[in-house]
Ligand binder design. Structure first.
Ligand code: HEM
Length: 275
């Protein structure tokens, strides 16, 4: 058994080959179960990251001049300390994501490509679900419709979430870290290069950092708003605190969890009544 499979098992996921149908096969019936979906590390990572990012936004807008509640020096010290802490957290989390195989949850289309016979069909299904979710948030939710996406243990994030989280991790995060590190080490580069033209690069790094900050603020506002749109306003937020949520499990996943991680399965509804 591969290290990655062990990692998936450690998170309470059944090994892929046992849990999922082959491409083109019919979806197996699923049970709606209350399961510990988010492990302690995932929750620690999420909330520490959220706190650090809120602190970075708060102090960063002081450095930019948009806020003036803190002395500049204090805002600068807190900003640099939070940024370094967040980067350390990211290094650990990247290691954790890859060693457990959890990184797959964040890559748009990966699951669809694995299950559809062709890439075209995968893309079609993925786009359709994205549109159904957008329609749900714009319209269906007001009419009391059900969320179109059935959350699964092997695919906790729906296509919209996966897209947003992927954008956050692959674009907004790196843009902020790279431009932030460039600004932090600016004096070093200025002396090392001793070029008059370095000022242009500094402006570029500062603008890139501001772009990243505005995108991050946009993400946080949209994300916090969507987090209140579960069954009740606090349902998803409570889930991210306790780790427990409803997900759809295949029979194999259910048997696997009951055998190896019984404490993570809290309640299972009959598949007929759950549908
Ligand atoms: C401030 C920066 C934040 C970032 C970068 C962030 C990032 C993320 C990421 C990457 C996930 C997916 C975790 C996973 O699937 O393993 C997630 C999930 C979640 N976040 Fe945040 N988050 C932030 C703030 C917040 C805040 C302030 C709230 C509460 C209002 C919140 C509530 C949630 C909830 C409820 C989920 C789970 C969604 C679900 O179960 O469908 N997050 N967040």
């Amino acid at each position: 058994m591969s290290t990655e499979t062990h990692g998936m098992m450690a998170q309470g996921m059944a090994p892929q080959e046992a849990a999922e149908p082959e491409a083109g096969q019919e979806e197996p019936p699923r049970y709606l179960a209350r399961v510990q979906v988010y492990t302690l590390y995932e929750r620690f990572w999420h909330w520490t990251q959220a706190l650090l990012i809120l602190l970075l936004l708060f102090t960063g807008f002081h450095l930019h001049g948009s806020l003036a509640w803190l002395p500049f020096g204090t805002a600068y010290q807190w900003h640099v300390a939070a940024a370094l802490a967040l980067m350390a957290l990211w290094v650990f989390t990247i290691f954790w994501q890859f060693s457990t195989g959890n990184w797959r949850q964040f890559v748009p289309l990966l699951d669809e490509v694995h299950h559809a016979p062709t890439f075209r069909q995968a893309l079609h299904g993925w786009l359709l679900m994205l549109l159904r979710i957008a329609r749900y948030y714009a319209w269906g939710i007001l009419r009391g419709e059900q969320h179109p996406y059935k959350k699964r243990l092997r695919r906790k994030n729906n296509p919209l979430q996966a897209l947003a989280y992927f954008g956050l991790m692959a674009f907004i995060g790196p843009l902020l870290w790279l431009s932030g590190l460039a600004l932090l080490s600016w004096d070093f580069w200025r002396h090392a290069a001793s070029l008059a033209s370095t000022e242009g690069w500094r402006t570029l790094a500062a603008n890139a950092h501001m772009l990243g900050a505005w995108l991050m603020l946009l993400f946080v506002i949209g994300h916090a708003y969507l987090a209140t749109l579960g069954k009740t306003p606090l349902y998803l937020i409570r889930g991210m605190i306790t780790g427990v949520e409803h997900v759809w499990l295949t029979e194999t996943e259910l048997r696997f969890l009951r055998q190896w991680y019984p404490q993570r399965v809290l309640d299972v509804r009959d598949k007929e009544t759950a549908a």
